[in-house]
Structures are given as C-alpha cells and as structure tokens.
Design a protein. Sequence first.
Length: 289
Amino acid sequence: MTTVVTTPTGKIGSRAVRVLLQAGIRPRVLLREPGNLDRATRELVEVHRCDQGDAEAVVRATRGAERLLWINPPDSDDDPITGYAHMGTNAARAVTENGIGRTVFVSSIGAEKGSGVGEIDGLARTERLLNETGANVSHLRCGYFFTNLLAQAEEIRTGVLRTPWPLDFPMAWVDPRDIGEVAAARLLSDEWSGQRVQAVHGPEDLTFSRVAGVLGEVLGHDVVPERISDDWLRASLSAVGLSERRIEGIVGMSAGMRENFTPEQRRDPVTTTPTTLGSWAWENLRPRT
C-alpha cells in the first residue's frame, strides 16, 4: 500500500510516519528539504523533494499513491486564507489525477462555520475542494494545539499567560502528536469511505484560566491568565513584522469562535485523545537544567 505523508518533519507528520513504520508500512514522504529529515528515518522511508505549493510537483510525487495524509505546511503567502486554499487546490488535483483512494486532511475545529474564522477559512476551503473530488476523504477537525503555547514560553515562565479568548471559555486542546496517531490510524483503516469529519478534541475541554492553573502546577509558581484585546494582539503581531492579512488571519480565529460556537462533533471515545496538558507542559515548558 503506497502511503504518502506530507510535512514529515512536523509534529503531526513525524508522528504519523513513526506509526506507519511501526505498522510495517514504508511511507513516501514529501518535503522541500530532504536534509531536514533525520538520518534514521530517511533510511526507512521513500523521500521525494516536493514543494506543496507547486501543483505539478505534488501530482508527480503522489503518482501511484493509494493513501495520502495532507497537512498544509507553514506558508509565506501574505494572505494565509488564499495560501491554504492554493495548497488545497493542489491536493485536490493530485487526488483526482492520480486516483488516490483515501485522503486524510488535517483541518481545524471552526472549519464547520465555512467562513468568518480567520485562517481557518482556508482550511474550510480545502475541505470543500477535497470533497468536490468525489474521493474518500476524512477531515480531522482538531482542537487548539498545546504547541501554540511555545510562542509565549518565556512569558509563561515569568508567570503570565496572555490570550484574546475569554478566560472562562472552554474549548478543546490537543497535543499535535496525538493528531498524528489519529491520522495514521485513519490511513491504515479500510473501514471507512465517502467524505467524513472526525474531530480530534484532546483529553478534555479547558478554559484559559484552567490552562494557567495547570501550567502553574507544572512550573511550581503562579501563572496568571490575562485577557488582551484584539487590538493589543494586532499591535504585538505587527511589532514582530507580520503583514496585515496575516495578522487578521490570526485575530480572526479567536474572534470567529469565542461567541456562541459549539463544535459540530461532540466529545466521545472516538474524538478524545490521551495526552494531557500537564504531561505535555512538563516535557516542553519546564526550564532545562
């Protein structure tokens, strides 16, 4: 079974590759810089140099594929919504031209709204483009990544957690590695067909107040949650050089989901994954000694 994995050096893709290898599959991996793949993994996979923004390259690299894990890579496009949609167009073309039997797409909670959710609008467009192929597609609508906290690691270690979300707003939080495991399970399964959505909600819904409490327990000191305005967030993103469209894409994600939003799929044994925020934070946020 020829199985293609994109972004194999990312948190999700690398975990999916590892699970596939452990299942006896030799996956084909697509990445811009093959040298970024660790040597041990490189010896066990089929490596294709491929920029996912290059439609012809994507079609060539996925010829003969029976399964595809499509993860939109970090994109330098000034408009992230357009950039994601462009990537989605390339994925849909590859699925159609190469007759790929099953595709797993890493999307996001919020894509069910279709629009008005910042960068997630681009993922919603990709869902639609893949559905229009008529092929078998599973969309993984994932919760808020634990790894988003890494951008604030130094602030958190000094005792502050800033967010534009209401501090008492509960939402799904998930370890990207667990998403990789769910993606691999879908790729390995023959027990599904058609266009499907599967939420990946993490172990529990958390408010930012609770997140701050968990981080404080791990770090051994108080972490105070602080709600910031959208304008404060815009100013901080502008200060690090982001373009206006990229800024609005980020701001729009929280603005579009923090009022009267409920994920399409409820939490149940299928949508719940195991890694807790506490265990992730212990591994990733505690200062190294």
